[in-house]
Design a protein around this ligand. Structure first.
Ligand SMILES: O=C1O[C@H](COP(=O)(O)O)[C@@H](O)[C@H](O)[C@H]1O
Length: 253
């Protein structure tokens, strides 16, 4: 397992550009060695940060990117809860990613079929691998310690056979979702959590420093061979006592 890097920024205004630079640098390396960059996006607060910061990078070329989703809510794409819909309106229109390279999740299908359909799409894009190996997954964490649509205490945390799973009882609305499972998340070459805001501080401490009782879903993200970054702002890091990196302005990871 690669070492975890916990990097704390004064605020999300300083964090955002470093995240964008990290995505761009890993994209460049992936394209140089494998001819493409496979990126998995999460929803929630990441959407607005990425939609602001990625298009602001000079000379960003996304023509060799393949983009999937770490999870999706089963709502129409014009619903404000649709992760795909938000990225489509806020990001995909501003970068040169080919439409065919966006692995959208067909939320018009019933939830079980939707998960199977997305798993099939991933297998097509990652032929020959028993699990998709994304170059980078961008993850968020809810104040309850969930990540993707993997919630504390839910049986899906133990899933080992499926690469994508349906969930019909999500404690956070909407209840129907599909999600990558932990074996896929932990197979990625680079996983980056972005966690901002004071509401995350208590759970972040338990995720990063340990707790009595079962580990939170976010704490179970430990890539087998890949890199693991936690990019955090000051308010979210308020309760931490572990040693963290505090990069200066203009830093690159
Ligand atoms: O419901 C979800 O929540 C998590 C965390 O979102 P955040 O707004 O607290 O960052 C998100 O990563 C996931 O994709 C989404 O479906």
């Amino acid at each position: 397992m690669a070492a975890r890097r916990v990097v704390v920024f004064p605020s999300s205004a300083e964090l955002g550009p470093v995240l964008a630079e990290l995505v761009s640098s890993r994209a460049g390396k992936a394209i140089a060695s494998r001819g493409r960059f496979t990126l998995g996006l999460s929803g929630g607060s990441l959407v607005s940060m990425l939609s602001k910061e990625l298009p602001a990078l000079p000379n960003l070329d996304c023509s060799k990117w393949v983009v999937g989703f770490c999870d999706e809510r089963l709502v129409p794409s014009n619903d404000p809860e649709s992760t795909y819909g938000l990225y489509k309106n806020q990001l995909f229109t501003k970068i040169n990613i080919p439409e065919t390279a966006i692995l959208s999740i067909d939320s018009s299908l019933p939830v079980n079929e939707c998960a199977e359909d997305y798993a099939r799409k991933l297998k097509e894009v990652f032929p020959g691998n028993d699990k998709p190996v994304f170059d980078m997954l961008l993850l968020g964490m809810g104040p309850d310690g969930h990540t993707c649509s993997l919630f504390p205490g839910h049986p899906l945390l133990e899933e080992t056979a499926r690469i994508v799973a349906p969930i019909s009882d999500s404690p956070k609305p909407p209840p129907q979702r599909v999600t990558m499972t932990l074996p896929v998340v932990n197979s990625a070459r680079c996983v980056v959590f972005v966690s901002t805001g004071g509401s995350k501080a208590p759970v972040l401490k338990e995720v990063l420093e340990g707790r009595e009782g079962p580990a939170f879903p976010a704490a179970r993200v430990l890539p087998t061979e890949g890199e693991l970054f936690w990019l955090i702002d000051g308010p979210a890091a308020a309760d931490l006592t572990i040693t963290v990196e505090k990069p200066g302005s203009g830093a690159r990871l």
